[in-house]
Design a binder for this molecule. Structure first.
Ligand code: PLP
Length: 380
């Protein structure tokens, strides 16, 4: 089977598996003061340093969570609560549901910032909105903008957007889940106040994530209890998951050159697909993650393609990763201006650390064969 669904979950890296086994055997609570507890604490703090280093930050600014969704929820609700609700969330139209839905439940006004047909957030529109910002009426502006889109791979101009927001006296929450291990991530260069991460997108285990928080950025805890994670996220830490996360983050950053090398193979695959017919590649005019390709051909429904590819031994997804299985039209592609008839026909292939060069050829072979059969059926 060729696995081409890394943006949903990347296969576990060997480094992560090894670190997890050591952590599972630690058998103690990292908050305990005895020697086994201190050994568990050491594992936890090593992972914190690894995750912080992977995003150019310092360990004391990393708060571990149960994954990307919880990190996003903590950033949004925690910032809003600390500001006593005197704020407005500006959410990009292509955010993952974790951001869009948590913003919707935050009990403060939410504005949408739109994207260009390229899939990149419209910086001019954002700038105009922020220039007209009236803090006495709308409170602090909080921008929620992802680093790279999970469906199209389009990389967002986060540094530029965060700078506009900072000038307007606001804060930026960046969902970095799809960025880690796929492009260089540096919190200082991004200039954001909050960065959310998830282990399983970078070759770590599912169920571990982190919120990097700029020192001094407002945040109120949402989960109360034993005071772990500087009392910002109580609950005994998922030590093995976090150890796997740390090891995966470190390995993913070391592997960045190999990841970047996937772009040329991805582009060649897209050329082959496009040579055969009216294939649209979403986001191809913008800077994209090197591993992602989202394409469609009118009339060939996504679910049919996913099934045909599965039968041919290639695992791909349709629409958004987290909603695979419950196929629905992509809001991201609609936000980019794709007509419904085309958005319904989009599939996403995404690759990563285990991918071999021939996987791209075999993906193209399988898809071209499926498209040929569909044409035959149509003309029969
Ligand atoms: N943000 C993006 C861009 C994602 O792709 C995902 C998962 O698909 C998430 C957030 C949620 O992360 P997690 O699965 O760790 O909760």
């Amino acid at each position: 089977m060729i696995y081409a669904d890394y943006n949903a979950t990347a296969p576990l890296r060997d480094e992560a598996r090894r670190a997890m086994l050591v952590a599972l055997d630690a058998g103690a609570n990292p908050s305990s003061v005895h020697a086994p507890g201190r050994a568990a604490r050491k594992i936890l703090e090593t992972a914190r340093r690894q995750v912080a280093t992977a995003v150019g930050g310092i360990a004391s600014d990393v708060i571990f969570t149960s994954g990307g969704t919880e990190a996003i929820a903590l950033a949004i609700h925690g910032a809003v609560a600390k500001l006593d609700g005197d704020c407005t969330l500006i959410v990009s139209a292509i955010e993952h549901e974790a951001s869009a839905k948590n913003a919707g439940f935050a009990n403060v006004p939410v504005e949408t910032t739109y994207v260009l047909p390229t899939g990149e957030v419209d910086l001019n529109a954002l700038s105009d909105r922020l220039k007209a910002w009236d803090t006495s009426r709308s409170g602090t502006p909080i921008l929620v903008l992802m680093l790279a889109n999970n469906e199209t791979g389009v990389i967002q101009p986060v540094t530029e957007a965060a700078s506009l927001v900072r000038e307007a006296g606001g804060l930026t929450i960046c969902d970095g889940v799809q960025g880690l291990g796929k492009l260089p991530v540096n919190v200082s260069l991004l200039g954001v106040d909050y960065l959310t991460l998830s282990a399983h997108k970078a070759g770590g285990p599912q169920g571990a994530g982190a919120l990097w928080l700029r020192s001094g950025a407002p945040l109120k805890a949402k989960l109360h209890g034993g005071g772990q994670e500087r009392s910002l996220r109580s609950g005994t830490e998922n030590l093995s998951g976090i150890a796997g996360f740390g090891a995966a983050a470190e390995a993913a950053v070391t592997d960045l050159p190999a990841m970047e090398g996937l772009a040329a193979l991805r582009d060649a695959m897209e050329q082959r697909l496009k040579a055969e017919g009216q294939v649209t590649v979403f986001g191809e005019q913008a800077k994209r993650l090197p591993n992602t390709s989202n394409f469609a051909i009118e009339g060939f429904r996504a679910e049919t393609q996913v099934m045909a590819m599965d039968l041919a031994g290639v695992a791909v997804s349709s629409g958004s990763a987290c909603s695979s299985g419950k196929v629905k039209r992509s809001l991201v592609l609609s936000a980019m201006g794709a007509p419904d008839s085309l958005a319904e026909c989009a599939i996403r292939t995404s690759y990563g650390w285990k991918t071999k060069q021939e996987d791209f050829d075999l993906t193209a072979d399988a898809w071209l064969e499926a498209a040929r059969r569909r044409k035959l059926k149509e003309t029969a």
